[in-house]
Design a protein around this ligand. Structure first.
Ligand code: F6P
Length: 370
């Protein structure tokens, strides 16, 4: 009898999802296992959603290693356990997913996703659908893995944006605010900010004091009085929620957006004579060609996921623990995002170089925390 597994990509997309799909298919095929691609998250297993399933042969995936997006499509609105029907009613269709997977003869499903998708996988596992998790998200906020694929590309894109903003900022002696993604974790802002030579980096984990930020950027005088401020979309001053924005369409759902503009407005109160401009990088960070690191990481995680499925090692997350991929049990702690530790060495290194993190810097210790 043909052995068969499914693969699905859930939540917001990110660079290198296709590299992961490719690796799962190539490795599974080598092990004599057929792979069925499930479209639009798990919606392809739900009749009436317009999505479906299709067998993926090596020829379908072999050229995908550097392609952005996901050939399977994805959605962050397709949770089968709380599925929104066209009439707006929310229904639990988890059992339908499990039955459809069984009907296709799938031994289990490889689920590429962030915390939301992995939590769905855990719930489906409890209902009898074996899953293996692949950690992806540009936010890098998934627990139990050093890095998620997609993150390195987002950092590279945001760093390039800072390089470009730097030259025009300097020409006009302006303060340039760059809003980047990062809902509850400031990894993109922090790493791109350091790599791009930002003067202030504001992250959700450290509520920022506008007076401290204004002083830090206002203090830069003379020819080099320009400043670069990176703001994660989830960053906010104490006591304020991060701003949300209602995009056109999509039944008027609000999403994070506006943290950069809010920061600029607060800075302007303290620096009324300075010109401030805001750039929102948005989905540019999620699209396009993955970096070599992301391709490599996604490929290794995908190969290991196929191997785990072959061995029947279900209920595991493929975790990047440099220099190896480990299989760790998928458990409820996966729901808690991995956030930046405000006292970490990474943050202290930034502050030790004079980068403002929105708080009065602690005196640099003689030795850094590890
Ligand atoms: O979780 C990844 C992410 O890119 C977040 O950084 C961001 O808040 C969110 O997705 C945006 O989602 P959407 O594409 O639905 O606007």
């Amino acid at each position: 009898m043909t052995r068969r597994i499914g693969i699905s990509t859930g939540g917001g997309d990110c660079p290198a999802l296709n590299a992961a799909i490719r690796a799962v298919v190539l490795r599974a095929h080598a092990l004599g296992i057929e792979v069925v691609g499930i479209e639009d998250g798990l919606s392809g297993l739900l009749a009436g959603t317009g999505a479906g399933t299709r067998t993926l042969a090596p020829a379908d995936v072999e050229d995908l290693v550097g392609e952005g997006g996901t050939i399977l499509g994805t959605t962050n609105r397709g949770n089968p356990l709380a599925f929104s029907g066209p009439d707006g009613a929310v229904v639990d269709r988890g059992d339908e997913v499990v039955a459809a997977a069984r009907g296709l003869g799938l031994e289990g499903i490889v689920l590429a996703g962030g915390d939301g998708t992995q939590a769905i996988g855990l719930a489906l596992m409890a209902r009898g659908l074996p899953v293996v998790g692949l950690p992806k998200t540009i936010d890098n906020d998934l627990a139990h893995t050093h890095t998620t694929f997609g993150f390195a590309t987002a950092v590279a894109v945001a760093t390039e944006a800072l390089d470009r903003l730097r030259t025009t900022a300097e020409s006009h002696a302006r303060i340039m605010v760059l809003e980047v993604m990062g809902r509850s974790a400031g990894w993109i802002a922090l790493e791109a900010g350091i790599a791009g030579g930002a003067h202030a980096i504001l992250i959700p984990e450290i509520p920022y004091d506008p007076v401290v930020v204004a002083e830090a950027v206002g203090r830069r005088g003379g020819r080099r009085s320009f400043s670069l401020v990176v703001v994660a979309e989830g960053a906010h001053p104490p006591g304020e929620a991060p701003p949300r924005h209602v995009w056109p369409g999509g039944r008027g759902r609000a999403a994070l957006g506006g943290a950069g503009m809010r920061c600029a407005a607060l800075l302007a109160e303290h620096l009324p004579d300075r010109e401030i401009r805001v750039t929102v990088l948005g989905h540019v960070q999620r699209g396009g060609t993955p970096t070599a690191f992301d391709r490599l990481l996604a490929t290794r995680l995908g190969a290991e996921a196929a191997q785990a499925a072959h061995e029947g090692d279900w209920g595991t997350l493929m975790s990047w623990d440099p220099p190896v991929v480990r299989r760790i049990p998928l458990d409820p702690s996966i729901r808690t995002p991995r956030r930046v530790d405000p006292d970490s060495q990474l943050v202290r290194h930034a502050e030790s170089l004079g980068i403002c993190l929105g708080r009065p810097p602690a005196p640099t210790p003689a030795s850094m925390p590890e």
